[in-house]
Design a protein. Structure first.
Length: 255
């Protein structure tokens, strides 16, 4: 009688061990892709689930956002300027089964696609586009990478082009161009100021000439301003009639 009881206890113990060994737990950010005898049986998790021993095996997939650094790429822009650009790609797995079955190494695949598309992007745009429209080009690159990796169950959330490195000779040429533009703007502003001042002086002179007394008052004001500076300048006042008379005599002598 003892032997059957012992066998039953052993069998029950084996069943319990198998039962507990078949239990699995997946975190909230994880999914388990289950293969049953080599064929896809679906995904399980998060939480507690059962895995049939010796028949099913699992691969745990992380659903959190992954940051992939795209190493620096050297390419020729549309206007034949050699540049070096690096980027960062943020992506996440949205289909666990595809990310395991369709591609062997998701991270490596996304990185290589980003490298290729980044080089193609650099060749289709000019240097000015890379410097002035970096955000727009980053969004274009994100769309291209997302479209290429969609069959793998990947969603590219953001792409950021970091540094754009150009040759030293090009940097000096750009600095000279920027300096020339600044000088041009300064000259234009100065010329506009002189034109506006001349117009104001012309208008003021017209108003003063309408009243000889106003001209004398302006002269007295000028003398007061010069005297306030405490200098040694000597000013000789001449009535405006003398100026008019001298001008008339000069015209008569010429005729």
């Amino acid at each position: 009688m003892g032997n059957p009881s012992l066998a039953a206890v052993v069998i029950a113990a084996i069943i319990l061990v198998l039962l507990f060994s078949s239990l699995r737990i997946a975190n909230e950010y994880q999914r388990a892709v289950v293969l049953r005898l080599g064929r896809l049986a679906g995904t399980r998790g998060p939480g507690l689930y059962v895995l049939i021993p010796f028949i099913e095996r699992q691969t745990t997939i992380d659903l959190r956002v992954v940051t992939a650094d795209v190493e620096e790429q050297e390419a020729i822009t549309k206007d034949n300027v050699p540049v070096k650009v690096d980027a960062v790609v943020w992506y996440r797995v949205v289909d666990s089964a595809k990310s395991m079955i369709e591609v062997q190494n998701v991270h490596e695949a996304v990185t290589q696609v980003a490298l290729t598309l980044l080089r193609n992007l650099l060749g289709r745009h000019s240097l000015d586009d890379l410097l002035k429209e970096k955000d727009k080009l980053s969004e274009e690159l994100r769309r291209n990478i997302d479209q290429a990796t969609e069959p793998w169950g990947i969603k590219v959330q953001m792409v950021e082009m970091k540094d754009v490195v150009i040759p030293q000779s090009m940097q000096r040429a750009m600095a000279q161009e920027a300096e020339a533009l600044r000088e041009k703007r300064a000259r234009i502003i100065k010329a506009e100021a002189e034109l506006e001042a001349a117009a104001q002086l012309k208008e003021a002179a017209s108003l003063i000439m309408q009243s000889p007394a106003g001209l004398e008052l302006r002269r007295m004001q000028m003398i007061t301003e010069v005297g306030a500076e405490q200098n040694t300048t000597t000013i000789v006042m001449m009535p405006s009639e003398f100026v008019s008379m001298a001008r008339a005599l000069s015209e008569v002598s010429r005729t």
